[in-house]
Design a protein around this ligand. Structure first.
Ligand code: ADP
Length: 492
């Protein structure tokens, strides 16, 4: 099958969060199943043309955005896994310091134009490349107009007759909603400004367009799929319920060849489930790096995250103060919201021997934290899937999570009688408390035998893409079969 992945992030080229991990890994597994995959991304400024040996295709294309014709070039490279990755290069929209926002943390005011441009440019580029996908797989609101163009302006374009479109929701909190005039700016016809297609309460909402018009919709965990249809759809409940059985919940996986404490070159010592000594050395290394007392028996927590209210930083900050008299250390790495930064900074300044914070996007330090800590804090208010808890497990670091979305699908409370479970779970909705859960986990931490069993359970947890890729493949197969039926029906 010819498959085109379209996204605004893809590891290693550009990463803000888990979206990049998924778009960077899923294609490798689809390729292994024999599919022909191409990825297409914006060419952001920091994507280093020399490092990735980007080549420029010998044509320049134009698309209309509002009143201006935006010209662009297409660059490309081939990854080690022999996947072709294409980059849409336009200086005006993508040659900037940030991805979605400037260094002040505020979203770029022209994100609407940037991603209208990107969607149109993607569709023009694949024509120029003569690549006819069986499936275009779009991810998140930035790509949400692609299914809309295919079902409106391009519905009679023979180039796309055999092309189906799948859309994956990685986080329904980010929707891309703009005023009705966007219809004109994006080049749609007012006749398509209806609730079944483009209109959303007299606005245009890119995510809603995609949910309504993609041939299949999925999200990144079974529990999140249920939650967004029932109560946490941020206004998308009605459109999601209009196709209840067609919204798939497919759990993300992680790339175990990358997140592997046995081969990881960025950590102080390697280890695996047969020999955990290296993990102790990683902890000592991290304690030194944080300026903490080096002590194996101090219970050490980590967190690597976007600094966003979604991630429960109010709960974390309160916990730092509540737990200040316990033999615990906390290290947090994150970038994002200034208010959260300030609260974390205050906590670190008032408890420098126990709390260390790093405000940066830092892949290397992230690895050291995953490897060096005993437990991983993830009290997210909602979590579509969450990769960090899976990464923590891969490093034998025990997640403490709120029971929501993908965290419910991946973390099971450790039962010290049956020795089953891979973490600690509390439930904000039922008034359960993070600090109490941390204290319960400390009892297990102090019981070396139980903790060892729990670490082994974590290391044995398997969230590899091997299983999930088959579910995506089935979704694509269903789409192509439906398309075939549709074509036979329409043309006969
Ligand atoms: P989300 O997609 O909501 O940000 P996930 O848990 O799904 O959350 O994925 C987050 C990914 O981004 C993980 O791979 C995590 O290690 C990484 N990450 C987040 N913040 C940082 C940071 N400041 N430095 C390095 N990696 C980060």
């Amino acid at each position: 099958m010819n498959i085109l992945m379209v996204a605004s992030e893809c590891f290693p080229f550009v990463k803000v969060g888990g979206l990049a991990d998924v778009v960077g890994t899923l294609p490798k597994y689809l390729k292994k199943l024999g599919h022909n995959i191409k990825i297409i991304l914006p060419k952001y400024r920091h994507i280093d043309g020399k490092k990735y040996n980007l080549q420029t295709l010998p044509f320049r294309l134009n698309v209309q955005v509002g009143k201006s014709a935006e010209s662009f070039r297409v660059k490309y490279c081939t990854t080690e896994d022999r996947i072709e990755v294409y980059f849409i290069e336009n200086m005006h929209f993508f040659n900037r310091d940030g991805i979605y926002s400037s260094s002040t943390g505020l979203d770029y005011v022209d994100n609407k134009e940037r991603y209208i441009f990107f969607c149109r440019a993607v569709l023009e580029s694949i024509k120029a490349l003569m690549f006819r996908p069986d499936v275009i797989h779009c991810h998140d609101w930035q790509t949400g107009l692609i299914p809309a163009y295919l079902k409106t302006n391009l519905k009679n374009d023979g180039f796309f007759w055999n092309t189906s479109c799948a859309f994956t929701i990685h986080n329904i909190a980010y929707q891309g909603q703009f005023s009705a005039e966007t219809v004109v700016e994006a080049g749609f016809s007012w006749s398509d400004f209806t609730p079944e297609k483009l209109e959303y309460y007299n606005n245009i909402n890119f995510m809603k367009c995609a949910i309504a018009m993609a041939d299949a919709v999925s999200t990144v965990s079974p529990t999140y799929a249920k939650e967004i249809k029932e109560f946490n759809g941020r206004g998308m409940e009605v459109v999601l319920n209009s196709r209840y059985d067609e919204v798939y919940g497919i759990l993300n996986g992680i790339d175990y060849s990358y997140w592997d404490p046995f081969t990881d070159k960025t950590i102080a010592a390697n280890y695996d489930k047969n020999n955990l000594n290296g993990k102790k050395l990683c902890k000592r290394d991290l304690q030194k790096l944080c300026g903490f007392k080096v002590n194996d028996s101090t219970y050490m927590f980590g967190c690597v995250s976007r600094l966003d209210n979604q991630k429960g930083f109010d709960i974390i900050v309160d916990a730092l103060y509540s737990l200040k008299n316990y033999d615990m250390q906390f290290v947090i790495l994150g970038s994002g919201d200034d208010t959260i930064k300030n609260r974390l900074k205050e906590a670190a300044l008032s408890m420098p021997k126990k709390v260390a914070v790093f405000f940066d996007y830092n892949e290397k330090l992230a690895h050291k934290i995953y490897a060096g800590c005993d437990s991983y804090m993830m009290p997210s208010k909602f979590e579509p899937c969450g990769l960090s808890q899976m990464i923590a497990l891969a490093y034998g670091t025990i997640p403490i999570v709120n029971r929501t979305g993908g965290l419910s699908d991946t973390i099971v409370y450790y039962n010290h009688f049956t020795k089953e479970g891979n973490g600690f779970v509390f439930n904000i909705t039922y008034g359960e408390n993070f600090v109490q859960t941390v204290l319960k986990s400390q009892k297990i931490f102090n019981d070396k035998q139980n903790w060892h069993t729990l670490m082994l359970n974590a290391l044995n947890s398997n969230f590899s893409w091997d299983r999930s890729v088959l579910k995506y493949e089935k979704m694509y197969n269903d789409l192509t079969i439906n398309k075939l039926k549709e074509t036979i029906f329409v043309r006969s």
